[in-house]
Design a protein around this ligand. Structure first.
Ligand SMILES: NC(=O)c1ccc[n+]([C@@H]2O[C@H](COP(=O)([O-])OP(=O)(O)OC[C@H]3O[C@@H](n4cnc5c(N)ncnc54)[C@H](OP(=O)(O)O)[C@@H]3O)[C@@H](O)[C@H]2O)c1
Length: 296
């Protein structure tokens, strides 16, 4: 029996990974980790044991990892001392006798020299720690989430248009649910030891492509316009986003525009055994009801 623990059970990706695991292996082989197990009560109700643990509490993590063979480390938020937290998880896994750790860095292209603040260097730190730890590892490299697009284009693009800083780069976005499904495949199956996957969605799209997709969805032209960084931040702030968060979003948009996530590996499709959801399908589902409301 292989027991698998997934951290971040109270969050999106961790919860989705656990739910996909449940479709593949018995609940008795699955454990979730949460700072507050009550926040994962829905998973307890499905028969998944939820253990309490905080990435800052090394001893608590060692206890939580007792009897566990594989750990999926769901990365914590930027700007929260990710290095200490993630290193604690790796050290505790090693101490508790865990054999295999799966981690989800954001895809980074070392040739481009582009870095996301509080993300890229911290991801490289974890990858290096994991590889040096002697633990078996699997790296599930994530592109930006399809869910992020709505944040990147801000407000109501169907009415106002898509305004982003200049650049023609495209990104191979993927949705959280399918990334989580790919995690579950790698966790439940053998054959992914010491491998790295870059989980690009397909096709990669630019912001002008997104405006075209939104035009198709709404049935009327959605203009695309390049704006200055200042105007971009001001637009996001006008939708209620705090300025520091808008500045962070801007760094992701710069990466998209520079083509940082324009790759294609087929890894996500291979792990899912089907084509991943396209940006057009995802945005149609997200915006269809809104388009209907604006027409009526
Ligand atoms: N690829 C992308 O486009 C992209 C975009 C945004 C974020 N990300 C990364 O993807 C990660 C997962 O995304 P998500 O949507 O699942 O985020 P989420 O819903 O916010 O989940 C994050 C999880 O991490 C847990 N966590 C935070 N600090 C912790 C700590 N000290 N100890 C234990 N658990 C802790 C949270 O627990 P609580 O419920 O207790 O807070 C939550 O369960 C994010 O954290 C971020 O690193 C990627």
């Amino acid at each position: 029996m292989t027991r698998i623990l997934v951290t971040g059970a109270s969050g999106n990706i961790g919860r989705m990974t656990l739910k996909h695991l449940l479709k593949r292996i018995p609940a008795s082989d699955i454990v979730g980790l949460a700072r507050d197990p009550d926040k994962a009560a829905d998973l307890t109700a499905e028969g998944i044991e939820i253990r309490k643990g905080d990435y800052f509490d090394n001893e608590g993590l060692v206890r939580a990892f007792e009897g566990i063979d594989k750990v999926m480390l769901v990365s914590t938020h930027a700007f929260t001392d990710r290095n200490t937290q993630h290193e604690n998880v790796i050290n505790a896994a090693k101490q508790a006798g865990v054999k295999h750790v799966v981690y989800m860095p954001v895809i980074h292209n070392s040739d481009s020299g582009i870095k996301l603040p509080q993300v890229t260097d911290e991801d490289i730190f974890v990858e290096d720690k994991l590889k040096a730890s002697g633990l078996t590892y699997t790296l599930m490299r994530h592109p930006p989430f399809l869910e992020n697009i709505q944040g990147y284009v801000g407000g109501n693009p169907l009415e106002k248009g898509v305004f982003t800083p200049s650049g023609t780069g495209k990104a191979g976005y993927a949705c959280r649910a399918e990334l989580a499904e790919a995690h579950a495949v790698v966790l439940a199956e053998a054959g992914h030891e010491n491998k790295s996957y870059s989980l690009y969605g397909d096709p990669a799209v630019s912001f002008s492509d997104i405006a075209q997709i939104l035009s198709d969805i709404s049935g009327k032209p959605v203009p695309f316009k390049e704006v200055s960084d200042q105007a971009y931040i001001a637009n996001l702030v006008s939708t209620g986003m705090p300025e520091p968060a808008a500045g962070f979003v801007l760094t992701w948009v710069h990466c998209v525009n520079a083509g940082e996530w324009e790759g294609e590996t087929g890894d996500l499709e291979k792990l899912l055994g089907r084509k991943p959801t396209t940006p057009a399908e995802f945005l149609r589902a997200s915006y269809a009801s809104l388009a209907h409301e604006t027409h009526s």
